[in-house]
Design a protein around this ligand. Sequence first.
Ligand code: C5P
Length: 226
Amino acid sequence: MSGASDVPVIAIDGPSGSGKGTIARRVAHKMGWALLDSGALYRLVALAAQQQGIALDDAGALAQLAARLDVRFGSDALGNEQIWLAEEDVTASIRTEECGAGASAVAALKPVRRALLELQRGFRRAPGLVADGRDMGTHVFKDAGLKVFLTASPRERAKRRHKQLKEKGIDVSLAALSRDIEERDRRDSERSVAPLRPAEDARILDSSGKSIEDVTQTVLDWMSEL
Ligand code: C5P
């Protein structure tokens, strides 16, 4: 039997709002591969901490929480994403701005990142894995066959996020979102542990002004060149 390291991985990293979640999902679907939304794991740690009254700077307790994370990814009858934390459907609650900010805070703690490492690597299953996050190509799957660093201008990212939230009936000002995105980018790229940056061997893809279909196709074309 071949080991997990023989299973091909595509790493798609980038800042929030670059569209990597959407692109990763589409690429995984087209290939019939598994998908890892690593940001969801950090969001789940933040949510579980909030529910259990654990402070977002209590690295030891948060790492224990991360190591015991009882998470299940699935989809409903329409193919929409569903995420379960133990028995609770947390699909919507982990997507709030508050949970995103909490995720970014716990993600800066080394013990939390270490606790999530093996959990993330466990998603590598035949026939292949598309892994979406901030450090998939630089840390978690350094041996990924294809590493994509997806970017878009901060303005465009704020506009996309605004549209997504509006569709969910959540009303947030564009200016506030832009500020949040810039603040989160800064924290994610300046932190000392696993800062957000492209892997040396990553291919940079700027999605500003490009359709989801075009960006997905570019990634699939790069894959077929391997
Ligand atoms: O991608 P998403 O917005 O769900 O990620 C939430 C937060 O989790 C990010 O702002 C980042 O701080 C953190 N994260 C990370 N490493 C990853 C994925 C997410 O640090 N691989």
